[in-house]
Design a protein around this ligand. Structure first.
Ligand SMILES: *[C@@H]1O[C@H](CO)[C@@H](O)[C@H](O)[C@H]1NC(C)=O
Ligand SMILES: *[C@@H]1O[C@H](CO)[C@@H](O)[C@H](O)[C@H]1NC(C)=O
Length: 325
């Protein structure tokens, strides 16, 4: 599941330059559909709301799906394409959920303003709406993304893994113009997330020298073991922010501070001094300049949502989100 770093240096450099050109959001803008589809935002919002009321797990699902879209070939809706060997078929994407929400919104948008609103924009809006529904911050989403025409399973290897070191997480974010503060902030989205036992149960018993991961607090260990017993259901989902799973807040960071991180990659944000400082600032620790998590989250999301966007005449406006026209 580790990201691939085996690419030739020259290719990597070209990629960084290409991404830097779009990371600033060149081409997307607020109010992009104000003349062509005035209802675009409200249609997406009401669709996400109605699915959320039936099952609130769509909120973390859509936020994660947007992240997985942007980190693979840019925010171009490529993760939504269905078919053999598409991104959607990659192991990293096997537990994504919320496709039905995007399809539902797209159907309504095609009825209201055919051929106008891209699937990539629908996903960016749905991610924002999910944060709002879980009582997080609201922000304006610059739009005008067009949909990509390529979706390859193998490309999903550029996604960070739940075992990634901080160094490798930083590298993976830096490739898209995202710095260490963006990394900690965006991982903070796990405040509403869940994970299947299979992505962390290796930490519970035989992690080092036959013992559990020593960064798990001794009082948290039996809780996790009870949720994910050996030979239990590997697909059972566990809250990443124990005790405050459905609220977009900083308690995820408090949990990391207390050794109550579920994913190895999350807990390392506290172990590593360079990322720990940012968490301490979110938590308002004495002697440090306070950072407002919600404000930073909105800022970092706008940055992330502009990774590698296709605008103007690039790409297309898909008729259905799961298939290239
Ligand atoms: C919500 O959706 C998830 C994922 O599809 C599912 O596992 C869960 O059982 C659903 N919850 C309810 C209350 O329907
Ligand atoms: C623990 O892991 C080590 C190394 O992977 C392995 O050799 C050993 O058999 C494991 N022990 C148990 C009890 O699973």
């Amino acid at each position: 599941m580790k990201g691939s770093f085996a690419k030739p240096a020259l290719f990597a450099m070209v990629l960084v330059v290409a991404m830097a050109a779009t990371a600033s959001g060149q081409g997307t803008r607020i109010g992009f559909y104000s003349k062509t589809c005035r209802q675009a935002e409200s249609i997406v919002k009401s669709t996400v709301e109605s699915h959320f009321r039936t099952n609130s797990t769509v909120a973390p699902g859509l936020l994660r799906m947007h992240f997985h879209d942007c980190f693979v070939n840019g925010c171009d809706g490529s993760v939504l394409i269905d078919g053999p060997n598409t991104e959607r078929k990659a192991v990293q994407n096997s537990l994504l959920r919320g496709f039905e929400v995007i399809d539902d919104a797209k159907g309504k948008l095609e009825a209201a303003c055919p051929g106008v609103v891209s699937c990539a924009d629908i996903l960016a809006l749905a991610a924002r709406d999910s944060v709002v529904l879980t009582k997080g911050i609201n922000w304006k989403v610059p739009m005008g993304r067009r949909d990509g025409r390529v979706s390859l399973q193998a490309d999903a290897s550029s996604l960070p893994s739940f075992r990634s070191s901080i160094e490798s997480q930083k590298q993976q974010f830096a490739r898209f113009g995202l710095d260490t503060k963006d990394l900690v902030t965006l991982v903070g989205g796990h405040t509403i997330g869940t994970a299947a036992c299979l992505v962390f149960n290796y930490r519970l018993n035989n992690f080092t020298n036959g013992g559990p991961d020593p960064t798990i607090h001794p009082s948290f260990l039996p809780q996790l073991r009870a949720l994910c017993p050996q030979n239990g259901n590997n697909f059972r989902r566990v809250d990443l922010d124990t005790g405050s799973a459905n609220k977009f807040d900083t308690s995820f960071f408090t949990n990391l501070k207390n050794g109550r991180g579920v994913l190895e990659s999350d807990q390392k944000l506290w172990t590593d001094p360079s990322t720990r400082t940012i968490i301490e600032r979110f938590l308002g620790e004495k002697g440090l300049k306070r950072l407002n998590f919600n404000k930073e989250f909105a800022r970092s999301m706008v940055k992330m949502s502009n990774i590698g966007v296709k605008t103007g005449n690039n790409g297309e406006i898909r008729r259905v989100c799961s298939a290239i026209n």
